[in-house]
Design a binder for this molecule. Sequence first.
Ligand SMILES: [Fe+2]
Length: 261
Amino acid sequence: MAHKDDKYTKDGKKIDWIKNRPSAPNYYKHRFINDGVTAWQMPDPSQEDIMCELQLQAIGDFAPLDITIDESLFRKELKQYEDKWVPYLRREGVTNDREGLLLVGAEGDSVGDSLSMPEVRKRLGEIPGKRLLETDLCYPTEAFHNLTALYPITKYFDKLGRSMLVKLNKGGWFPPHRDTPQLSRDCFRVVGFLSRSCGHGGFMWEHDYRPVQIEPMRCYYADTRKTHRTAAFDSDIIHLVINVPKTWENVLKLLSITEHH
Ligand SMILES: [Fe+2]
């Protein structure tokens, strides 16, 4: 269990505490006001962005996929990483018992490295004029290779961006947020729920201000541009989060594994 004044991971690595973000980025200012300070802006959507986003929107906000994960194989393979979980995005002044295990990250990263985007940016250092994107973090860790139970989804797409397992312990939560809401985001997200206890008593995922129903061990397309928040009322609530590079090819591959067609 992690506490708000932890300094090191179980593995002995220093935890980078991240400041709370006061508000959403000023997308308008970044795009339309050249103040000589803003070094980077999200590109305008390309034709492929618009094709992909419209097609993804047709899939839904939180749509079940035809892929489920073998629970007993997953639990068996996960045992080797029991002491490798690292605190996930510690925010200054906030108690939040959540951890992660890195599956795909920066070149040379291992399962014991920090995995949220703010932590990775801090860890690697920002390059002036360049913003680190999910697709830049495309190097599988040993855990990616060793967790074969996840292959039905992790190996379905040719290449992934930053991907991880997230574990919420009792009282762990993600506040309401959107992940890269711009149409020109470089990846879309697929989430797999890898704990039995993801019903009312154990776990809650609210999507676009409404609770969603989750089937244990199933993968879902989640439109994480829309506001979502989660909370755990039970221990050991694990989910898989993968970033899939947003190409027309990958969008059609995703459409081909949706349920109910
Ligand atoms: Fe999110």
